[in-house]
Design a protein around this ligand. Sequence first.
Ligand SMILES: Cc1cn([C@H]2C[C@H](O)[C@@H](COP(=O)(O)OP(=O)(O)O[C@H]3O[C@H](C)C(=O)[C@H](O)[C@H]3O)O2)c(=O)[nH]c1=O
Length: 175
Amino acid sequence: MKFSKTHIDGVVMIDSDESLDQRGGFFRTFCSDEFERNGLPGRFVQSSVSRNTLRGTLRGMHFQRDPRAEGKLVRCIRGRAFDVALDLRRSSPTFKRWFAVELAGAGTRAIFVPAGVAHGFQTLEDDTEIFYQMTEPYVPELAGGVRFDDPAFAISWPRAVSVISERDKSFADFD
Ligand SMILES: Cc1cn([C@H]2C[C@H](O)[C@@H](COP(=O)(O)OP(=O)(O)O[C@H]3O[C@H](C)C(=O)[C@H](O)[C@H]3O)O2)c(=O)[nH]c1=O
C-alpha cells in the first residue's frame, strides 16, 4: 500500500496495489503493521456502509466529539464520490482548511480522516456506496457537524446537491 500525506496533517491517502489475473483482482485494504509504520491507527473498532441512491447526494460535514473523537478510514466501494476532510482543530496550522479527493468504486484508494477533522462527501454517480472503518464506536450524543456550505470554509462541491438530510442542512454557522 502507498501512503500519501496531504496538506492537512494526519489526513492521508492510501492506495492499494491490485493483483490482477484471469479471475479478476485482489488488493489489501488494511494492515495494522503497515498502518502503524505510516503513523496511522493499527486498530479499527467499528465499520459501516453508507448507501446513496442519487447522484449529488451530500452527507456531512460530520465528526464525533471528545472523549470519543474518531478517526475514520473511508473507501468508496461502488460508484464515485467527491470526498472532503475539513480541519476543525483550532490549534492546527490548517484550521478551517479542507482537502478533497475523488474516490471511485474500484476501492483501491482510501482516505484516512483523523480525530478533529470533519468528513463529508458528495456522490458523483447514482448508487454510490461508502465503506467506513472507525477508531471509536458510534456515540450518538457525541455526534457533531458543521454545514457543508458554511462560508467559513468555502468548500467547493462539484455539483448541485440533490439529496441532503434536514440535520445536515441546518447546522448553525461555524463559530
Ligand atoms: C454515523 C452512524 C449512524 N448510525 C445510525 C444513526 C441513524 O439512525 C442512521 C443514519 O445516521 P446519519 O444520518 O448520522 O448517517 P450519515 O449522515 O451518513 O453520517 C455519516 O456520514 C458522514 C459523512 C460521516 O463521515 C460519518 O461516518 C457519519 O456521520 O444510522 C449508526 O448506527 N452508526 C453510525 O456510526
